[in-house]
Write a protein that binds this ligand. Structure first.
Ligand code: FES
Ligand SMILES: [Fe+2]
Length: 352
């Protein structure tokens, strides 16, 4: 079961090109995304109302998409506007999904269109600064909640990413970060003193820094993260507080947006992006950091897919919690409470 009345990050903007419909499944719903003449993203159910051919095999014509089986034409509102060989007949419209393009990402609302409020989309600091960024997408054979769990608890960095993001620093698991609750998720912050920066062009591999990591994680699975590295002594000098927004004195900074999207039961999509506001070696460094993230997420994927398989071998076994799990417990609670709310009859929901 998946939340319906919510915005899901469907695809990076750059991955939906004019004239090329893209087939996606989000929360069990097959969807076709394409661009209209003015470049706006449109999303329809990926099913022709005639004989159920997928519209994603069709052709974009102006603001519409034509089914490439027998030629029915649908506009971006899902209205059937042409039926070759006959006058228009009623009942052939398909569902159109509200879409918004923001944070370099196409967001789709899978529930009641009347409730699709764009202000509910979290604002990422990734693209707001106008700096270059890189994006990537991965598929996981695992439930999206397991990926949410992974991102709400970075203690796994010491083990799963020992030689990559972790750089052998056991502090990831030996110290619990500061965590506060947000209306729709959590905010996690931590300083790590005297740590190493993962291998990056332009950065001296022996350099030790004080690193501030902070992220918001909001449902259904959106991570907005900053990693700011400063000269040794900075954490103490700032009394372990928040570094200045100007990033003055920072030697290495990463901003990242990551979106976890349920595809079907047991399958998920992971969209990730990085930018470098303070860049030691511009493009080279950005390529290196997206490469590093991609590799690190494949380390996560190996573990999470194995975890999913083990869960299936031991049906009914409870997942237990340690101190590190406070964040993921809150996020799971928020998701479950949304699911419960959506399961209620419409009149009960309206009265709330
Ligand atoms: S299935 Fe689409 S026009 Fe026939
Ligand atoms: Fe990880």
């Amino acid at each position: 079961m998946f939340i319906k009345d919510i915005w899901y990050g469907a695809a990076w903007s750059g991955d939906v090109e004019p004239g090329k419909p893209v087939a996606l499944t989000i929360a069990d719903q097959p969807i076709v995304v394409y661009r209209t003449v003015d470049g706006k993203a449109a999303a329809l159910e990926d099913r022709c109302s005639h004989r159920c051919a997928p519209l994603s095999k069709g052709r974009v014509e102006g603001d519409s998409i034509r089914c490439w089986y027998h030629g029915l034409l649908f506009n971006s509102d899902g209205r059937c506007v042409e039926m070759p060989g006959q006058d228009m007949a009623p009942g052939f419209d398909v569902h159109a999904y509200p879409t918004v393009e923001q944070n370099a990402c196409i967001f789709i609302w899978t529930g009641d269109p009347a409730l699709a409020d764009p202000s509910l989309i979290p604002i990422s600091n990734l693209t707001s600064n106008g700096l270059p960024f890189r994006t990537g997408v991965m598929e996981f054979a695992a439930d999206y909640q397991l990926i949410n769990d992974n991102l709400c608890d970075f203690s796994h960095v010491a083990y799963v990413h020992e030689h990559t993001l972790g750089q052998g620093n056991s502090e990831w698991s030996h110290r619990v970060p500061t965590q506060t609750s947000l209306e729709n998720g959590i905010c996690v912050t931590r300083w790590m003193e005297g740590t190493r920066i993962p291998p990056t062009p332009g950065v001296d591999p022996s350099l030790r820094v004080d690193q501030y990591t902070a992220y918001d994680y909001v449902i259904p699975g959106v991570l907005m993260m900053q990693i700011d590295s400063y000269p040794l002594g900075t954490a103490k000098a700032l009394d372990y507080g928040v570094p200045p927004a100007s990033m003055e004195g920072a030697v290495y900074v990463v901003r990242s947006l990551q979106l976890i999207v349920p595809v079907t039961e047991g399958r998920s999509r992971y969209l990730f992006a990085v930018s470098h506001p303070v860049d030691p070696a511009p493009d080279q460094s950005l390529d290196a950091v997206i490469g590093l993230f991609r590799y690190a997420f494949s380390e996560d994927r190996d573990m999470i897919e194995a975890q999913q398989a083990t869960i299936e071998k031991f049906p009914g076994m409870a997942l237990r919690n340690t101190r590190h799990d406070a964040g993921l417990v809150r996020v799971r609670r928020l998701i479950n409470s949304k699911l419960r709310q959506e399961a209620q009859p419409a009149e009960v929901r309206a009265a709330e």
